[in-house]
Ligand binder design. Structure first.
Ligand code: BV8
Length: 247
């Protein structure tokens, strides 16, 4: 998509917006070489979510769950933020209010320079002691031992939100507050399936926000989007940024 092919209505909105929110999913990291969950080469292709990203899976076989996370950490350690991550980091500087809500646990938004990031599903590089709930960063790949233990002897787990686990209520509240007051919402690279984030765009819709979906495929969110831009976020977001800066 070229900047000059962006509909006039959208380019006006991009210039006039004051309070902006972006929701991102695994798709924004696809161009950095990080597999998505449900795509054709998705993470779930060879695994099933319920076999791995759940507390029950961890209880049953912590070594298997950690082997999967260590494999993902190995992929992500080599990944660099792409033009889509960088464009959102630049938008944070340009808009008076900008909140980024990411479902991703890869840490690439912060690497790209985004500061106001709500990592609503946690972060793969953070671990949590299962006995003391102590949080610390463990960035070794491969892990020193699988499954890793805390100095207290208890198992540590990835500090991410698994299926069947509740999200941090403070982060939900912070996200919903931003969504209820924004005038522009980007929904980037998410299949719009995983709750409760899949219901977040409806909050912005209710408050009259203009919703821009960016995804090569249609999703359940397309039905409430003001415009769905079909394509890769690493190509489209920089074009939107160019338009926004044309005063
Ligand atoms: C909760 C962290 C209350 C871990 C993740 C039965 C039992 C238990 C729960 C449930 C149940 N039924 C429903 C639920 C609720 C469940 C849920 O929604 N399930 C779904 C599958 C139906 N949700 C939960 O459990 C949540 N907690 O509800 O608490 C509760 C408590 C107890 C019991 C019930 C409820 C917790 C959800 C969080 C799970 N953790 N990740 C980890 O990463 O290992 S979810 C995981 O999916 C990732 O975070 C990921 O980001 C997220 C969403 O997926 P997407 O990001 O959308 O990725 P996906 O691959 O699906 O799509 C990629 C998209 O990108 C595609 O559309 C593709 O077209 C597009 N794309 C590809 N390339 C590009 C692109 N777009 C742009 N540019 C490109 N280049």
């Amino acid at each position: 998509m070229e900047a000059n092919s962006i509909p006039t209505e959208l380019s006006e909105i991009l210039k006039k917006a004051r309070r902006v929110v972006a929701i991102t999913g695994a798709g924004i990291s696809a161009e950095s070489g990080v597999p998505t969950f449900r795509g054709k080469d998705g993470l779930w292709k060879s695994f099933r979510a319920e076999d791995l990203a759940t507390p029950w899976a961890f209880e049953r076989d912590p070594a298997l769950v950690w082997k999967w996370y260590d494999w993902r950490r190995g992929l992500i350690a080599k990944a660099r933020p792409n033009a889509g991550h960088l464009a959102l980091a630049e938008m944070e500087k340009r808009y008076p209010e900008f909140t980024l809500i990411t479902q991703n646990v890869d840490g690439l938004h912060r690497k790209a320079g985004s500061h106001k990031v709500i990592e609503i599903h946690g972060n793969l590089w953070r671990v949590r002691c299962t006995a003391e709930e102590k949080i610390f960063y463990l960035e070794d790949v491969p892990l020193p031992e699988i499954p890793p233990h805390c100095s207290c002897g208890a198992l540590v787990r990835p500090d991410v939100v698994w299926f069947g686990e509740s999200l941090n209520p403070m982060l939900i509240q912070e996200s919903q507050r931003a969504l209820a007051t924004c005038d522009l919402l980007f929904v980037v690279g998410t299949s719009g399936i995983v709750q409760p984030v899949a219901s977040f765009p409806a909050i912005a819709k209710q408050s009259g926000a203009y919703i821009v979906e960016i995804n090569p495929e249609p999703t359940p969110i397309s039905a409430i989007a003001s415009i769905s831009l079909k394509g890769k976020s690493g190509e489209i977001l920089p074009e939107l940024l160019k338009t926004q800066s044309i005063q």
